[in-house]
Design a protein around this ligand. Structure first.
Ligand code: PNS
Length: 159
């Protein structure tokens, strides 16, 4: 049985992330989308909001679960009995850091493989940071984030 984990900050989840989630859920028996709760990094959305966004956008995918972790990804993967880490790649600029993380995780546990999925070209320009930058200046983000997330983002900037 293939059990995979798709980790990230998801601050917020974008259409690019959701595209990877849907494609990975089709090739894996079970997929955990895991949010890193990182006390060393200030997030725009707290962990509960990020989990809620992910639960809303994945509710129709029965083999997808949403969770969060603190500390090392590889330890969470072991705890979830997962043998595959899914990562999305958008451009060469993502590659260097992702390559390093994959090698570190391989050193920590050689039984857990990192698999890279190429972004859908429609979403290659999207990142959570770009979404927040545009939203902060009142720009249109509806084509970058799922509709449910769009509403939560607008609510935040209208506070
Ligand atoms: O969405 P992001 O911010 O690019 O996700 C990065 C993430 C959460 C996948 C990465 O920072 C991570 O796995 N952090 C957990 C800490 C860890 O395991 N570090 C060792 C590998 S370098």
């Amino acid at each position: 049985m293939s059990r995979a984990i798709y980790p990230g900050s998801f601050d917020p989840v974008t259409k690019g992330h959701l595209d990877i989630i849907i494609r990975a859920s089709k090739i894996m028996d079970h997929l955990t989308v895991a949010v890193l709760d990182n006390p060393r990094k200030v997030a725009t959305y707290n962990i509960d909001d990020r989990l809620e966004m992910l639960r809303m956008v994945t509710k129709h995918y029965s083999n997808v679960e949403v969770g969060y972790f603190k500390g090392l990804l590889i330890e969470y993967a072991q705890q979830k009995n997962v043998n595959i880490i899914i990562k999305g790649l958008r451009a060469m600029s993502d590659f260097e850091f992702e390559f390093q993380m994959a090698l570190v995780n391989q050193k920590l546990n050689a039984d857990i493989e990192t698999l890279f999925m190429m972004t859908n070209s429609k979403y290659s320009y999207i990142s959570s940071s770009i979404v927040k930058e545009i939203a902060a200046f009142g720009g249109k983000i509806s084509n970058m984030v799922p509709p449910e997330v769009h509403e939560m983002i607008l609510a935040k900037y209208n506070e």
